[in-house]
Design a protein around this ligand. Sequence first.
Ligand SMILES: NC(=O)C1=CN([C@@H]2O[C@H](COP(=O)(O)OP(=O)(O)OC[C@H]3O[C@@H](n4cnc5c(N)ncnc54)[C@H](O)[C@@H]3O)[C@@H](O)[C@H]2O)C=CC1
Ligand SMILES: N[C@@H](CC=O)C(=O)O
Ligand code: NA
Length: 436
Amino acid sequence: MSVAPLRVGLLGLGTVGQGVIRVLQRNADEITRRVGRPVVVTHASARDTSKAREVSLEGITILTDPMDIAAKADVDVVVELIGGTTYARDLVLAAIARGKPVVTANKALLALEGNAVFSAAREKGVLVGFEAAVAGGIPVIKAIREGLAGNRIEALAGIINGTCNYILTQMTEKGQAFADALADAQRLGYAEADPTFDVEGVDAAHKLTILASIAFGMPLNFDAVAVEGITKVTPQDIKIAQALGYRIKHLGIAKRTDSGAELRVHATLIPEDKLIAKVDGVLNTVLLQGDAVGQMGLYGRGAGGDATASAVVADLVDVARSIGAEARHLVPALAFQPDAVRALPVLPLDQVASAHYLRINVADETGVLKAITAILAELDISIEAILQKEPRGGEDATVAVITSVIPESRFNQAVARVRSLPFVREDVSRFRVEHF
Ligand SMILES: NC(=O)C1=CN([C@@H]2O[C@H](COP(=O)(O)OP(=O)(O)OC[C@H]3O[C@@H](n4cnc5c(N)ncnc54)[C@H](O)[C@@H]3O)[C@@H](O)[C@H]2O)C=CC1
Ligand SMILES: N[C@@H](CC=O)C(=O)O
Ligand code: NA
């Protein structure tokens, strides 16, 4: 006797949407064996129905307005893959209001509107799967929410934006220009529709918001994340970091502190012998510190059609298995029971302690080193490493230092004083240094 398939309504036929169709078609037999019934895309939305796609749409009813699918009675689960936070929100809430489970890869939507979305889903007793929203194909949501549920999670840090990591890797390994590397990341389907979300750190901040929430049991609080991207990383900084034994990576970092949490995303110098420094290209990694498990790490493709589809389809398997289950038996969306999710005070950035890299280009090297080291000494900042380059072929002289771990406010004072030295050029460069 054949069993009725799980009927999937797919909103968005872009990079990830087509990946989902491809993976469901390719692995149909494996998935049916896991779920006990087929998982089949019956409806999909496409703004341009005449556009050629890389996947076969045979047997799929194509509609132009995704809302018609979100509201359809003969769709069992809605997969939102259009992105954005306005129409996507309406679609997700419309599906939930009709009692349909939802799977989404949309970290922007969840970071900004997730508290409301999960609350609506709870009232209706439906699952909202979002494994694809953080670190693409890496099953990090499941790992934290289920695999590490016995731990108090103290900290996590990782490369959680594939586009930034791809660009930094291309700049480091191939000397490629920033703009060219970004164009490649867009062509490969890694970048957001608006790539400034990637390169200015906003996408990583969306993901960190989600990770911190499920790791620490706090509500989603995007505004609390300190956000910096990679647009200030220059080829010169990459070379100097290498000469000092470091790689520059864009990281998301969340730590518990005595009184709350620390949440930040930024370009970071990492010693070249650390695991995280060796994760290149579109690959992502998340390192976690649990009190029982100790340090552990996950690693894999953080963006791209098939890798992200891997996570979407895993959520569809969870949905298929959960249909008919009592709401209290569902894994809580934010890992903790909703009435036990508690706000945590987030440490202001100027109180965060870390080591720092400072690079200064100077018109003339005479007396420079002495003046800079004097400022650092007066502020009780020790120097862990220093590099000095004499002026050559019309180029300025350069001084770069790595400091000891100090509160950021103190480093800010040092930078302000260094900038005001008469021989210092405008483009003083600074990044945090970490040793994960
Ligand atoms: N591309 C990637 O590697 C990853 C993407 N994501 C997320 O997955 C989602 C989809 O991303 P991609 O597939 O890369 O984007 P995409 O731009 O390739 O595809 C989005 C599709 O949705 C359609 N669409 C957009 N707004 C619409 C609207 N208002 N009405 C109807 N259709 C609309 C577009 O025409 C397009 O076909 C986004 O939320 C993104 O952040 C998550 C992880 C990885
Ligand atoms: N633009 C994102 C896509 C996956 O989340 C990235 O580059 O990581
Ligand atoms: Na994931």
